[in-house]
Write a protein that binds this ligand. Structure first.
Ligand code: NAP
Ligand code: G4F
Length: 357
């Protein structure tokens, strides 16, 4: 049987890198959309897997952009993929307040361009489509935990753009019969997470403080609560959705919730710091009462301060998912717990920072 062909938009991102690895291991031919401005390129794909796949001609990158419908149509026409994993997006919530029109163009219209290209090329009966929806759709939540039936109450330009993309995918399923699945994924992190997201900002920041390269971390809202899983586990759910007999939408989450403060506390402990919390609100600081041996940081040093610049105009305070449907119908469950995730990120960034020093 011929190898199945997948197209991943956003292959240079966190999820794209893990998904490309997963699909290559399953014997797929993988095509990735990358844009000209990409800084990391495929740097997040581990070297060995990337070289081996390139040698075998099973991984191919193509220039394109969600803002350029022609490039999307041309690519889909050339590749005629069995499966499209649409992961590309302006994915930073805080950034979306600064560039709301761009965010909508990229995330909402970009998705529509892709869906209409599939339809226009007559690929509806051939191509299965995964849409990267998000727990941000639940926003100002109306019930806990959030499941597929929970109403959407988006609270940022990012979430609104993703809401439009979500409904376009659903509409192409209902109106035209496209096999389209929306994965409503809660926060998922990893050592490949972008450095501007809070988990990676913390793991990398602590490693830099330990090495004497940074004085302290400046964060925004410490009390926001998130349901944090590992990206490696979550891309498996993306693949499973497209292997089902019928398309559907699924919440993917761990069902456990921790605040940003708890993430920082756990990461500091994993890095070998003892902490004392002092002050309230924007005056809150975390001070080191003990530091790891060999550290360039010192006992008494303030490791964390609040910077109002990182507070958002509107916040999503409280997310926690119920992935019961995915567990029952996909046989999916997370393998990595919160503490193991934090440990892996902290250890990775310590090794990276020490290696660079
Ligand atoms: P990410 O690391 O930010 O990756 C985003 C990807 O999109 C990158 O490859 C980026 O390319 C690409 N991209 C951005 N703008 C583009 C454009 N105009 N044209 C083509 N490509 C573009 O995101 P992620 O964490 O892997 O998340 C994957 C998807 O899941 C995103 O859609 C995100 O919104 C959604 N999601 C993420 C989470 C999470 O917790 N991670 C949860 C729910 C949903 P460059 O390398 O060139 O920047
Ligand atoms: O890490 P974050 O930026 O992730 P956020 O906003 O939850 O969005 C991520 O998860 C979504 C799924 O729910 C995805 F759809 C989206 O694409 C993205 O991957 O922020 C997490 C929390 C927020 O409440 C934020 O206000 O951390 C808080 N926070 C506190 N200080 C900070 C900071 N966030 C960032 N990025 N930087 C800070 O300094």
């Amino acid at each position: 049987m011929a190898a199945r062909t997948a197209l991943i938009t956003g292959i240079s991102g966190q999820d794209g890198a893990y998904l490309a690895e997963l699909l290559l291991a399953k014997g797929y031919r993988v095509h990735g959309l990358t844009r000209h401005v990409s800084g990391a390129g495929v740097a997040r794909l581990p070297g060995a897997a990337w070289r081996e796949a390139e040698i075998q001609g099973r991984l191919q990158l193509h220039l394109g952009d969600l803002l350029d419908g022609t490039s999307l149509t041309r690519l889909l026409e050339a590749v005629r993929p069995d499966e499209v994993y649409h992961l590309a997006a302006q994915s930073h919530v805080a950034v979306s307040f600064g560039v709301p029109e761009y965010t909508f163009d990229c995330n909402a219209l970009g998705t529509l361009r892709l869906l209409e290209a599939i339809r226009g090329l007559g690929l509806i009966g051939h191509t299965r489509f995964y849409q990267a929806s998000t727990s941000e759709l639940f926003g100002a939540v109306t019930e806990r935990p959030q499941r597929e039936s929970t109403p959407f109450r988006p609270r940022s330009p990012y979430a609104i753009s993703k809401l439009a993309a979500h409904w376009h995918a659903v509409n192409h399923r209902e109106a035209y019969g496209l096999f389209a699945c929306c994965g409503i994924l809660f926060n998922h992190e990893s050592p490949r997470r972008g450095e501007a997201f809070v988990s990676r900002k913390i793991s990398l920041g602590l490693a830099r403080i330990d090495a004497g390269l940074q004085d302290c971390l400046r964060l925004g809202n410490l009390e926001a609560r998130r349901d944090w899983g590992h990206a490696r586990d979550y891309v498996e759910a993306q693949w499973l959705m497209l292997q089902q007999p019928a398309p559907d939408d699924y919440v993917i989450a761990t069902g456990e919730q921790y605040s940003v403060r708890e993430f920082f506390q756990a990461a500091a402990e994993e890095a070998g710091f003892d902490l004392a919390w002092e002050g309230e609100g924007i005056d809150c600081v975390a001070r080191a009462t003990a530091v790891p041996s060999g550290s360039r940081a010192r006992a008494g040093q303030v490791l964390l301060r609040i910077d109002p610049a990182h507070l958002r105009p509107s916040e999503v305070p409280d997310l926690c998912g119920d992935a019961g449907k995915a567990r029952t119908q996909l046989g999916w469950q997370p393998r990595t717990d919160f503490r193991a995730l934090v440990r892996e990120m902290v250890a990775h960034d310590r090794a990276v920072v020490r290696g660079a020093g």
